[in-house]
Design a protein around this ligand. Structure first.
Ligand code: ZN
Ligand code: ZN
Length: 143
């Protein structure tokens, strides 16, 4: 066993590259992946070192829209017209929600109002989807 200088965990020798390895391979992989990510958000979005992390922290480590926290990194969302960086979003909010709403605050406000007061319930009274329709929706959600 040997102690990793990064995560401070005692790990088996097979987690270290050679007898002089000071950082476990898990930490090595993470450091490499962090460095790649830093370069990418720097090049693509002009974020300087530490700015992604500062934003992530300011957002409480969660997607700025749904509040979801996942292991996956949050995407840097930007306005497609002006190019300005808006914040960090999960992939679902960034690529599905905003795309479907055409980046329009009005569409999203109407979507919220729609869900809170569905017109069909108003006009027809409650009607219920078949079991089948419900199941296929759930199956899609799980993916
Ligand atoms: Zn480690
Ligand atoms: Zn989200």
């Amino acid at each position: 066993m040997k102690r990793c200088e990064r995560c401070q965990k005692n790990r088996q020798l097979r987690f270290f590259t050679g007898p002089r390895g000071r950082i476990c391979t898990t930490c090595q992989r993470k450091a490499r992946s962090d460095a790649t990510h830093r370069r990418r958000v720097g090049k693509t979005y002009g974020l300087e070192a530490g700015e992604y992390d500062a934003l992530f922290k300011a957002q409480g480590g969660a997607c700025a829209i749904c509040g979801g926290t996942r292991k996956q990194r949050l995407s840097v969302d930007h306005c497609h017209k002006s190019g300005v960086v808006r914040g960090l979003l999960c992939r679902l909010c960034n690529s599905r929600l905003l795309t479907a709403a055409r980046d329009s605050p009005d569409v999203l406000r109407r979507a919220a109002a729609y869900l809170e007061a569905p017109p069909a319930v108003d006009v027809l009274g409650p009607r219920y989807a078949s079991e089948e329709a419900n199941n296929s929706r759930q199956r899609k959600r799980k993916r």
